[in-house]
Ligand binder design. Structure first.
Ligand code: FMN
Length: 421
């Protein structure tokens, strides 16, 4: 009874005080949009429910995985591993974001080989040590949080590997500085004055596919619920897709058919070895004349579907400093829409989505199925709680936090009760 009263109070408060919140992030933010979208009605409860807080099922050969809501914490490198091994920072960071109320948490770009790391401090999953460290920190973080699905992003940085951490400048490291020889589809550097990457031979391509397969098997043992292959942001898989980085003259370069070949082979091999949810992050545009395009992305996604792809995560850019990105709120949403419409795959959108109503509207318009946020979650790890208060949703929560709720958010943990004597 008391709870129902508080729920009603909360809802009244929500609509009276409005939901405007502007996040003080250092990148452009969107002022709050109006509550004009039609919200779905939950027949069972008779109250309005947002799409952002409705569940979403992802299929896989192993079975269906149901996400409790459509909010995804996007993968974010922490540059805090030692020899590829997860550290206490990861325990704290993952524990924090697994308590965020998001429906899915994606672990940062994780190198399938030591040379595949972006920086010497990047996370890895290439041997028993890195597997044990990841498993230890992840299982402990999970014990400290409500049950939340976790994916890992498996990656190889290609010619963008061997870099300094961002806070040390991010430049290509020499071998004396702790760097290493980088690998790429073609011997073309990321920046024109940099040393050339090594052009991968066909034997080395086969070894790389094996490295992804073994890492996927390790990820399964670590206990993740899904794998996202990193095919975006100018890293190795994207380098194969893009004519800017891939100028091979064999069957892995040149035409569109040839440029997608390595990824199709790699995806097929990983799919065969891994039965959980498997998808890929793709940069939908190089933002360069003559580069990889949104239409190619949509076609490529459609080609992945019969190979057993369970989702796509649509980002953009990263292949070259010559890119001219038209940046702003929702700037990558139109790419997600094209891919979703043409491939029929469950689609995540990401990029400058900062407001709850903004996220809700993207779903209401049918532009994407899932909304990923990165920087907003670093700035406000409880972003999903505030979104639930704004949109009338509920989030999974840890009972230790149940007493925290302000007046306008009384209902966000659902029907929870605390007592004392
Ligand atoms: C600190 C940081 C680390 C990131 N690391 C990764 C990563 O490991 N893999 C990846 O695909 N994208 C990475 N990104 C990009 C984000 O996942 C996301 O696509 C981008 O920040 C745009 O989303 P946002 O506007 O919500 O931040 C990173 C972004 C940030 C800010």
């Amino acid at each position: 009874m008391l709870n129902n009263f508080l729920l009603v109070l909360g809802l009244i408060n929500l609509y009276c005080e409005g939901i405007a919140q502007v996040y003080g992030l250092v990148y452009p933010t969107l002022s709050i949009l109006s509550l004009s979208s039609p919200l779905r009605t939950s027949e069972s409860k008779g109250i309005e429910m947002s799409l952002l807080f409705s569940s979403f099922a992802l299929n896989s050969p192993k079975g269906q995985l149901t996400l409790p809501n459509r909010i995804v914490v996007a993968p974010m490198c922490q540059y805090s591993a030692v020899n590829g091994e997860a550290q206490d920072w990861h325990l704290m960071h993952w524990g924090n974001l697994l308590n965020s109320g998001a429906g899915l948490f994606i672990i940062e770009a994780t190198g399938v080989t030591p040379e595949g790391r972006i920086t010497p401090a990047c996370l890895g999953l290439w041997d028993d040590r890195t597997e044990a460290a990841l498993k230890d920190k992840l299982s402990r973080a999970r014990q400290l949080a409500p049950k939340t699905p976790v994916f890992i992003q498996l990656a190889h940085a290609g010619r963008k590997a061997s870099s300094a951490t961002p806070w040390d400048g991010g430049q290509l490291l020499s071998k004396e500085q702790g760097g290493w020889e980088t690998l790429a589809p073609s011997a073309i550097p990321q920046l024109k004055d940099e040393r050339l990457p090594h052009e991968l031979s066909k034997v080395e391509l086969a070894e790389l596919i094996s490295a992804f397969v073994v890492a996927a098997q390790r990820a399964e043992r670590v206990g993740v619920d899904g794998i996202e292959l990193h095919g975006a942001h100018g890293y190795l898989l994207h380098q194969f897709l893009s004519p800017i980085a891939n100028q091979r003259s064999d069957e892995y370069g040149g035409s569109y058919e040839n440029r997608i070949r390595f990824l199709l082979e790699l995806f097929t091999a990983v799919r065969q070895a891994y039965q959980g949810v498997l998808g890929i992050r793709i940069s939908a545009s190089d933002w360069i004349e003559g580069g990889w395009t949104p239409q190619e992305t949509a076609d490529f996604a459609a080609r992945l579907k019969p190979l057993g792809c369970d989702f796509v995560h649509i980002s953009s850019g990263g292949i070259s400093p010559l890119q001219k990105i038209a940046i702003g709120p929702n700037y990558q949403v139109p790419f997600a829409k094209i891919v979703k419409d043409q491939s029929g795959l469950p689609t995540m959108t990401v990029g400058l989505i900062t407001e709850p109503q903004q996220a809700e509207d993207i779903l209401q318009h049918g532009d994407a199925d899932l909304i990923a946020l990165a920087r907003a979650f670093l700035y406000k790890p409880r972003w999903a709680w505030e979104a639930a208060a704004a949109l009338g949703g509920t989030v999974p929560s840890n009972e230790r936090y149940w007493r925290c709720l302000p007046r306008e958010a009384q209902a966000i943990f659902g029907d929870v009760k605390v007592g004392q004597r």
